[in-house]
Design a protein around this ligand. Structure first.
Ligand code: FAD
Ligand code: FES
Length: 350
């Protein structure tokens, strides 16, 4: 353990102690404070905050998340910053309800129960928490799974709700050469194997209000949105909601019966799948085009909604730009970007 410093978080007026060896975000998690975050790897900018006073050391991060000129102005990434003195930090993105609502982080052992093919490049993985252990989370959150035989971990969002006692369901995209997903692709992870997970992380949870909901997702980004929709069905939430899901071709669509069944259970829900590259447009009766184009064509009151976005970073960035262009305030946009290690490597700074 290193030197200890006091961090004052404004404008909420919370003080906490951090060790110089831990990031400010980890120090906050340790003390049950769920500060805004996404990747925890310096890639997504969700934890970007302003240093009002004091000095920090920054670990390797993406210069897309924190360009050099912003760092010079005083901006920092809490998931990569270590305190070198007492600090005063202004939180830019914060939600007091979420901040104090963190479930204590836990590391547990799980056993792989199922690995199924959802599409040619997305697998459904179900883990069972070890006998005698419990693992709680909020719908929309994610865990870090330790890569077998390696030091690193990867983040994956739960697709189910905590009501499936002891089971955690994931949708995992296969990347060529991917350290974790490569194991799923080539039989390196099979039912019966043990995996260590840590969590729950994430603030992609349903805020309690009456605003209409717009969900926008692509690829394995269906996972946390499905978790939110399943929780809405379980809790009888009837807010008007539309789920726009973008895929390239019909071969990339999956879980259509499950989504139709959810539309039957959630009175206000409509599901709108769209194909950006329909191989034979004649056979596809649904929407076509980029998912952001489809949302723009169909939605008239985007300034009034709560928007939940999840999927590859370019899709999420395009959706944020669209929503802001239509006057939706930043505070009503919630997102998880599925960044990968390649996002840091291509644009990194130590
Ligand atoms: C909050 C959060 C939640 C997430 N939830 C999910 C989820 O529910 N489902 C899901 O599928 N994913 C999710 N992800 C992404 C996931 O964590 C992994 O990043 C992803 O699965 C890739 O991991 P991997 O080990 O398979 O591949 P990696 O080893 O990380 O490699 C990914 C790809 O990048 C390439 N690559 C690696 N290093 C470099 C480099 N230096 N230069 C160029 N290319 C490189 C690899 O060849 C590969 O194609 C989430 C990410 C975050 C941040
Ligand atoms: S959580 Fe810090 S950059 Fe993503």
């Amino acid at each position: 353990m290193g030197r200890k410093f006091t961090v004052r978080l404004e404008p909420v007026g919370i003080e906490m102690e951090v060790d110089e060896d831990e990031t400010i975000l980890d120090g906050a998690f340790r003390q049950g404070l769920m500060l805004m975050h996404g990747c925890k790897e310096g890639q997504c900018a969700a934890c970007k905050s302003f240093l009002l006073d004091g000095e920090v050391d920054l670990d390797k991060h993406s210069t897309f998340a924190l360009p050099e000129f912003e760092q010079d102005e005083g901006w920092t990434l809490l998931c990569k910053a270590h305190a070198c003195s007492d600090l005063e930090i202004e939180l830019i993105n914060y939600d007091e309800e979420i901040l104090r609502s963190g479930i204590a982080l836990k590391t547990v052992t799980t056993t792989v129960q199922e690995v199924d093919e959802l599409t040619h490049d997305i697998r459904r993985v179900v883990l069972r928490v070890a006998e005698g252990e419990t693992f709680d989370f909020r719908p929309g959150q994610y865990v870090d799974i330790q890569i077998p035989g390696a030091e690193q971990h990867r983040s994956f969002s739960m697709a189910n709700t905590p009501s499936n006692d002891g089971l955690l369901e994931f949708m995992i995209k296969l990347y060529p050469g991917g350290l974790f997903s490569g194991l799923l692709a080539d039989g390196g992870i099979v039912p019966g194997d043990e995996l260590r997970i840590r969590g729950p992380y994430g603030v992609f949870t349903l805020r309690d209000n009456d605003r209409p909901l717009v969900f926008i997702g692509g690829g394995a980004g269906m996972a946390p949105i499905l978790s939110l929709l399943r929780a809405m069905a379980e809790n009888g939430v009837a807010r008007p909601a539309t789920y726009y899901y973008g895929a390239r071709t019909e071969a990339d669509l999956f879980h259509l019966p499950q989504l139709r069944a959810l539309c039957g259970r959630i009175p206000g829900l409509r599901f709108v799948p769209a194909l950006s590259e329909p191989a034979n447009a004649g056979d596809w009766a649904g929407e076509t085009g980029l998912i952001t184009e489809v949302v723009e064509r169909r939605e008239t009151g985007l300034a009034e909604v709560d928007a939940y976005l999840c999927g590859p970073p370019p899709m999420v960035d395009a959706a944020i730009a669209l929503l802001e262009r239509h006057g939706l305030p930043e505070g009503h946009i919630y997102y998880d970007k599925f960044t990968t290690t390649a996002d840091t490597e291509e644009s990194s700074r130590v």
